[in-house]
Design a protein around this ligand. Structure first.
Ligand SMILES: Nc1ncnc2c1ncn2[C@@H]1O[C@H](COP(=O)(O)OS(=O)(=O)O)[C@@H](OP(=O)(O)O)[C@H]1O
Ligand SMILES: Nc1ncnc2c1ncn2[C@@H]1O[C@H](COP(=O)(O)OP(=O)(O)O)[C@@H](O)[C@H]1O
Length: 320
């Protein structure tokens, strides 16, 4: 269990006699991998400044204008970072009776990274924001618990298995079989099924080319998050366009995107037609149906091809 926050002076308090600012330093229990504060929580009104070099490695810098509760802040970070040290410096005008609420500006956790200090040495850096797509002034917030730690916890490597193929080719069936197989071997998986996602996240999209492209892009981004979470993410959607599939691949590290082409001829899919959609498409009641009057670009360089001809189709279990 994590220790409750016990306010007490931090290690650097009183050494420098810097008068202008009050400082809140919160040290969180050091962990085995990264070294740190020595396994004890310290949440202290230090009474004066302390520089990063005096403390355990500085990993966070914070500043703000509202009142803060040091213990709550420490608790919050204990929850977040219970495996190694995190120090948070909040600069306070000494005239104010209570320290301010912090707002995380920047943190660093990698050895050798430059500590966050401003020219006054208050441990406050300039905000570095960027423009990403249509979002301006956005800042990436990181957390010391990353993919590596999650993967260690789960004892597996996060990755994406991307199943592409015509409607009726067996994508969902294969995704379920694979999930079941991996689950039985103790692996955590999650399926992102095109049809299912169109009931929620992608309900605003239709089957026009630009909407399909957006559909694939979103699923790629979500799949990336699941892989980052340490899961084996199985994405199963038609994803008919090569360029969009390739863009999804680029979102992930090498070898963590496994593209599986369920190569089932249109005639076989059409003969199966479990939802009667091919029939409707042939009757002109569904426009732009993949394989009928909308393109499917077969992968040319995917990791796995599962060939399935009429009357010669492996069982989903053996495919998995
Ligand atoms: N016009 C058209 N073309 C193809 N498919 C259609 C269409 N309209 C509806 N459906 C149903 O939607 C499912 C495909 O959704 P996806 O999100 O996988 O498609 S895509 O990747 O955006 O192309 C697909 O599910 P699956 O049969 O599981 O592939 C169909 O049930
Ligand atoms: N390996 C297989 N062999 C024979 N039939 C299959 C196989 N995989 C799936 N099917 C059948 O094909 C139909 C379409 O499967 P489904 O998984 O819904 O495809 P998709 O998700 O690509 O539309 C279903 O009726 C399913 O039972």
């Amino acid at each position: 269990m994590l220790a409750k926050a016990v306010p007490r002076p931090c290690s650097g308090a009183g050494r420098h006699g810097a008068p202008a600012a009050r400082l809140w330093s919160v040290g969180v229990a050091g962990g085995p991998r990264r070294g740190g504060a020595g396994g004890r929580l310290v949440a202290a009104d230090a009474g004066e400044r302390m520089t990063g070099s005096e403390a355990v490695p500085v990993v966070a810098v914070a500043a703000g204008k509202q009142p803060v509760n040091g213990s709550a802040m420490a608790d919050k970070f204990l929850t977040m970072c219970n495996t190694w040290c995190i120090n948070i410096f909040v600069d306070v005008q000494s005239s104010k009776p209570t320290p301010p609420t912090w707002s995380l500006m920047e943190y660093e956790q990698q050895p050798g990274r430059k500590p966050c200090t401003d020219k006054n040495g208050l441990g406050i850096d300039k905000l570095v924001t960027s423009t990403v797509g249509k979002s301006t002034n956005v800042l990436w917030h990181d957390c010391p618990i990353g993919q590596f730690e999650r993967q260690e916890l789960l004892n597996q490597k996060g990755c994406v298995v991307w199943i592409t193929g015509l409607s009726g080719s067996g994508k969902s069936t294969l995704a379920c079989a694979l999930s079941r197989e991996l689950h039985s071997r103790g692996h955590l998986t999650y399926i992102l099924d095109g049809d299912n996602l169109r009931h929620g996240l992608n309900r605003d999209l239709c089957f026009e080319a630009k909407d399909r492209a957006e559909n694939i892009r979103r699923v790629g981004e979500v799949a990336k998050l699941f892989a980052d979470a340490g899961l084996i993410c199985i994405a199963s959607l038609i994803s008919p366009y090569r360029s969009e599939r390739s863009a999804c691949r680029k979102l992930l590290h090498n070898s963590t995107f496994i593209e599986v082409f369920l190569n089932v001829p249109l005639e076989v899919c059409e003969a199966r037609d479990p939802k009667g959609l091919y029939k409707l498409a042939r009757a002109g009641k569904i426009k732009g149906f993949t394989g009928i009057d909308d393109p499917y670009e077969a992968p040319s360089d995917c990791e796995i091809v599962i060939q399935c001809k009429a009357g010669d189709c492996a069982t989903p279990k053996s495919m998995a």
